[in-house]
Design a protein around this ligand. Structure first.
Ligand code: C2E
Ligand code: CA
Ligand code: CA
Ligand code: CA
Length: 278
């Protein structure tokens, strides 16, 4: 029995060690990527469901390594979150978002642009000072900027971040509660949620047409959203049938492959020229 346990331990630690080494390598690479500008943004449109007019964009970060390989945010964001490096990533994303907005504005293609933040960003001095500078400026860009924060994070540190969120909203910066429906908010908290938009998580949109409970959840989120004056956005819309159903349930805005995939800025500019802006 002893020998077996020993063997298990060795297997376990070898696996664990490998994971730690990989994580370390990933973080080192990510740090260099930030410094060498290997991170870039892709932009996915948000459209008004009834006529598909463009009402917004979401900035999504991408990492292209020096050797030309792409690393998915699904792989590096969680590791970056665990290490605190996410604050540097998100600060770069914030800066790049402002530059993109400026470019779009010059071209007469200004559309509200959201970028993703985590709670650790909103509790970090460097990050909040950068936001604060924008809030205090009279830049027209701030009317066009929005943040996205997941429901679970928004709720976990609610007391601490709520004043900052309120300040952003007062300055004209929209606040999207991302992946809504997955964070088990209590109704009590929903009523004092400091936000402007609710984004229904893709998983509910996925199951909405095949599963009665899925449709029910989407219906409830849309009703609650309207009741409390949030703009409701459905993410991951892939089919016409989903678009129709969402409209029937009273959802205003959709985002997903049915309308457009995330695009690099050059492609986005062409796309915006060929589509109606609300
Ligand atoms: P998310 O915020 O829920 O972003 C939407 C993700 O769903 C994006 O994946 C997008 O490409 C994908 N998507 C959009 N429409 C569809 C669709 O119709 N069908 C399907 N199957 N997928 C769709 P992506 O870009 O791989 O991003 C993954 C996650 O990484 C994002 O989820 C977001 O949480 C995180 N992320 C991306 N950029 C940043 C960032 O700059 N900072 C932080 N903190 N997180 C980021
Ligand atoms: Ca998002
Ligand atoms: Ca989601
Ligand atoms: Ca989302």
């Amino acid at each position: 029995r002893g020998r077996n346990a020993g063997k298990q331990f060795i297997e376990y630690s070898a696996q664990f060690g490998l994971e730690a080494v990989n994580r370390h390598r990933l973080l080192q690479g990510l740090n260099e990527a930030i410094e060498h500008n290997h991170l870039f943004l892709m932009y996915q449109p948000k459209v008004r469901l009834h006529d598909r007019a463009v009402v917004g964009l979401e900035a999504l970060v991408r990492w292209r390594t020096a050797s030309g390989e792409f690393i998915s945010p699904a792989e590096f964001i969680p590791v970056a979150e665990m290490s605190g490096l996410i604050k540097k990533v998100d600060l770069r994303v914030f800066e790049m978002s402002l530059v993109a907005l400026q470019t779009l504005k010059h071209l007469g293609l200004a559309v509200p642009l959201s970028f993703n933040v985590t709670v650790s960003d909103l509790e970090d001095e460097v990050f909040t000072h950068a936001l604060q500078r924008l809030v205090d400026s009279n830049s027209e860009l701030k009317q066009l900027l929005e943040i996205e924060l997941t429901e679970s994070q928004a709720m976990a540190d609610y007391q601490q971040i709520s004043p900052l969120l309120k300040q952003l909203i007062d300055a004209g910066i929209g606040v999207n509660i991302d992946d809504f429906g997955t964070g088990y908010s209590s109704l009590k908290h929903l009523t004092d949620l400091t936000a402007t938009h609710l984004k229904i998580d893709r998983s509910f949109v996925d199951s909405m047409l095949t599963d009665c409970a899925g449709e029910h959840v989407v219906d409830v989120i849309i009703r609650l959203g309207k009741r409390f004056n949030f703009t409701v956005v459905a993410e991951g819309v892939e089919t016409e049938a989903q678009q129709q159903k969402l409209m029937q349930l009273g959802c205003d805005i959709g985002q997903g492959y049915l309308f457009a995939k995330p695009m690099v800025l050059d492609d986005l500019i062409i796309w915006l020229k060929n589509n109606n802006i609300a």
